[in-house]
Design a protein around this ligand. Structure first.
Ligand SMILES: *[C@@H]1O[C@H](CO)[C@@H](O)[C@H](O)[C@H]1NC(C)=O
Length: 125
């Protein structure tokens, strides 16, 4: 009988531990914000920039990534990859998930637009 009580206690402790770890994971993921990196790859009069939007969380997909994109022009890129919704508001991959560590890349040929992520949601269990 004592063994059963000990077993239940241990099971409880284990569940609490697992729960704690689960939270630990999602908060760890929250520290891995998605990034928007720009690298100049063309140096003509009109420069070319390579844009890389990456989900830096190794455990959870991220959805609905919005980017501050200034006056970015929709004509410069396929809207499936990067859609201009309004001034300073662009959405990546049509809002669809980027898998853990997945990266979406495109080039645009124009003077540089400053870009930074504004909104995103991790899909941690
Ligand atoms: C962007 O342009 C560079 C240089 O022309 C090229 O090497 C690269 O493959 C291009 N990347 C994409 C995602 O179009």
């Amino acid at each position: 009988m004592l063994n059963l009580a000990v077993f239940k206690l241990m099971l409880g402790a284990l569940l609490a531990f697992a729960c704690f770890f689960n939270q630990g994971w999602s908060s760890k993921c929250a520290a891995d914000n998605p990034t928007v990196k720009q690298t100049q790859v063309g140096f003509q009069k009109t420069p070319i920039f390579l844009v890389e939007v990456q989900n830096n969380c190794p455990m959870c997909p991220v959805i609905d990534i919005h980017v501050k994109c200034g006056n970015f022009l929709q004509d410069l890129v396929n809207p499936k990859l990067f859609k201009v919704l309004g001034h300073n508001d662009c959405v990546v991959n049509g809002g669809l998930p980027l898998a853990p560590l997945q990266k979406i890349s495109f080039n645009y040929s124009h003077q540089k637009f400053l870009m930074s992520p504004s909104i995103w949601y991790f899909q941690c269990e």
